[in-house]
Design a protein around this ligand. Structure first.
Ligand SMILES: [Zn+2]
Length: 373
């Protein structure tokens, strides 16, 4: 009843693979890739990060006169991702609402596998193809970070890890992560509050002055988590704030980070008192680095032309999130992100249309065929 890609997708989502537990899905993909004639490798990325499987990398030899193509997707899912039971209702694949579906990113994997399988099965001459299925993307792009990118010969990459089929994301932002510790002075809140400095108050005043939300069309800033304090009768002496900022423009990102610090400076300045001084510690690190690919780059044109051949409107734009593509682009392999049809991701309402899976597999197949001409 089900088409090849739907059948394969349903098989994949029934294999548990929350981040760090990709073993079973990695084994299946290795076997299936080898059965298609690829040379298959697994690295030891998990030894660095924990988990029970490494990244799966495969090479289909193909015609050496053609430029190799890279297809990638990630094997891990977010939680709750164990015991997924896919349900199909009127052409929509979803779950019973107790787990995610795992279309992020098993839709991408299924479309890549089936697209390649169709080309291989047709016996047609094709360009060399490289396939990278990573681990632990959802918990910090860990697999892609560890993967030895010098193994890649491709100059054009396609990460299938986004929403509607037709989307071609040609850029993604840089992101900076913050951990800020605001310190005040502890005191009894009822007996001697005048001897304390309320770190929560200082943190609040700082946050109120920080850049927040959408800063401009390519930049955002968000303080996402705050913790600290012990009891209502104690003036809190330490508050920890976790936040992030993103921008497609690294100079703008640096400016936003500067403004966050400035807000902290100003707030702390107000609490330099004779009985104690507020202070803060600022820890920040670049989480991932932006990329931007020209609209007329061969990778973009290949995706665009394949979509047009399939009668799907290409939607070429920049994305707002970080993914494995940031890491692969940073390694010098221009890699666009293609929509694979996933919807409501990272929720138990996650779903995908059967028709989107079919379009995604057609896209992979058409790109390989067009590029191999
Ligand atoms: Zn994903």
């Amino acid at each position: 009843m089900h088409t090849d890609v739907v059948k394969y997708f349903l098989e994949l989502v029934c294999i548990d693979s929350e981040s760090g537990n990709e073993r079973k899905v990695a084994d299946k993909l290795k076997a299936d890739l080898a059965a298609l004639g690829a040379e298959v490798f697994e690295d030891e990325a998990h030894l660095e990060h924990g988990g029970n499987a490494g990244n799966v990398f495969a090479r289909f030899a193909g015609n050496p006169d053609k430029e190799p193509l890279l297809f990638c997707a990630h094997m891990d899912t977010v939680k709750p991702g164990n015991g997924i039971k896919p349900i199909i209702t009127d052409g929509v694949i979803h779950t019973d609402g107790s787990t995610i579906l795992g279309a992020d990113d098993k839709s991408g994997i299924a479309e890549i596998m089936i697209g390649i399988k169709r080309v291989v099965d047709s016996g047609a001459d094709h360009a060399p193809i490289e396939v990278l299925f990573t681990i632990s993307e959802e918990i910090g792009l860990l697999g892609a970070r560890s993967f030895d990118k010098s193994q890649l010969r491709a100059k054009l990459g396609f990460a299938f890890d986004s929403h509607e089929v037709g989307e071609v994301l040609i850029g993604a932002p840089s992101a900076e992560k913050f951990e800020i510790i605001v310190r005040g002075k502890e005191a009894h809140a009822g007996v001697e509050p005048e001897n304390g400095i309320n770190a929560l108050r200082v943190a609040s005043e700082a946050i109120a002055m920080m850049p927040n939300g959408r800063i401009d069309e390519e930049s955002t800033c968000n303080m996402g988590r705050i913790s600290g304090g012990i009891a209502t009768n104690i003036v809190p002496n330490e508050i920890v704030i976790h936040g992030e900022a993103r921008s497609h423009d690294n100079a703008k990102l640096d400016r936003i980070v500067g403004e966050v610090r400035q807000a902290l400076d100003m707030a702390v300045q107000r609490y330099q008192l004779p009985h104690g001084q507020a202070s803060y510690e600022f820890n920040s690190s670049r989480d991932y680095v932006a990329f931007s690919i020209a609209k007329d780059h061969p990778a973009v044109l290949l995706a665009k032309n394949a979509l047009l051949e399939l009668g799907i409107e290409p939607k070429i734009r920049k994305g707002g999130g970080g993914s494995d593509a940031n890491i692969i682009n940073l390694a010098g392999i221009p890699t666009v992100i293609c929509g694979s049809g996933m919807d409501n991701v990272h929720t138990v309402r996650e779903r995908i249309l059967v028709s989107e899976l079919e379009k995604g597999a057609d896209l992979v197949q058409t790109m390989i065929v067009q590029h191999s001409k």
